[in-house]
Ligand binder design. Structure first.
Ligand SMILES: C[S@@+](CC[C@H](N)C(=O)[O-])C[C@H]1O[C@@H](n2cnc3c(N)ncnc32)[C@H](O)[C@@H]1O
Length: 270
């Protein structure tokens, strides 16, 4: 009998939400930023947060770790990521934290959503609303479901790179993450994007996540928030390192910098 090489351990099954979390999400950082923005504007601590378009509701699960008074509600239409969060993130919480997370399969346009101090929409999920009237009615629904003094926080992105097809790749330990912009239509400002992954030694997994969005600008989003009734809006723009890249620190600013690709946050005050 020949002495061949010992069989290598089979690789774990590909878990798209795990790779998405490792490549895209930083919910522990996000919740601190959200809490600090609320404290900066309101001079008190927030309590409740609603994570719209919550997917696997990772922000909810980090929010409740901030303290006993922190409670979170997740809302998403899709049962699959909700089930993933219930089976992968909820078990990591202690009993008290778990009791303070509630998730519902619902439309973010539903006027009966839970009332909270903060509503957030992350990873550009609201860009799915391509029609101005629909985006305004979403912002209006956020306003009317915020508690007095509440804030809406949404992220946004743009830059000259977002006006053309292109692809970025980021190498992580054991895998590569690809962010592809497939198209941009200057007439509608609609754009399509895909996330691909490639584990070391395997072929690339194409279009693991895909998005069909309208590329809204910051002034458009602020104007729609104001028209929906928000009292004030603020933009949090990222600082720059000496090398000219983003430093991960976002502060309120009324001016930005011309960049090929930027991410920012907009906060609306009720
Ligand atoms: C880009 S994913 C973002 C998930 C999560 N927020 C994150 O940061 O990773 C967008 C999510 O929005 C959900 N979605 C799309 N339209 C929705 C709607 N009208 N109401 C509720 N959820 C919606 C999708 O099911 C999907 O899970």
């Amino acid at each position: 009998m020949s002495r061949g090489r010992a069989p290598t351990a089979a690789k774990a099954e590909f878990d798209k939400y795990d790779y998405y979390r490792r490549a895209v999400q930083a919910p522990d950082v996000d919740v601190r930023f959200i809490r600090d923005a609320y404290k900066e504007l309101r001079r008190r601590e927030p309590g409740s947060l609603r994570e719209d378009f919550c997917g696997t509701f990772s922000i909810c699960c980090e929010w409740v770790k901030l303290g006993q008074r922190y409670e979170a509600y997740g809302v998403d239409l899709d049962a699959e990521p909700i089930f993933y969060g219930l089976t992968h993130y909820m078990p990591g919480l202690d009993g008290s934290q778990r009791e303070r997370v509630r998730v519902q399969r619902d439309n973010v346009l539903n006027p009966d959503l839970p009332r909270t101090d903060v509503v957030c929409a992350m990873n550009f999920s609201h860009y799915i609303f391509k029609d101005r009237g629909v985006m305004k009615s979403y912002f209006h629904n956020c306003l009317s479901t915020l508690k007095p003094g509440g804030i809406l926080l949404v992220d946004c992105f743009g830059g000259s790179q977002c006006q053309e097809a292109n692809e970025d790749v980021i190498a992580h330990k054991g895998f590569k993450y690809y962010w592809e912009q497939e198209s941009f239509d200057p007439v509608s400002a609609n754009a399509t994007f895909h996330i691909h992954f490639k584990r070391d030694g395997e072929k690339r997994r194409e279009k693991v996540f895909s998005y069909d969005w309208r590329m809204w600008t910051i002034p458009e989003l602020r104007e729609m928030m104001a028209e929906a009734g928000f009292r004030k809006t603020h933009v949090y723009w990222e600082g720059t390192t000496r090398a000219g890249t983003g430093n991960g620190v976002f502060n309120r600013s009324e001016t930005g910098e011309e960049c090929q690709a930027w991410v920012a946050y907009i906060v609306g005050e009720k």
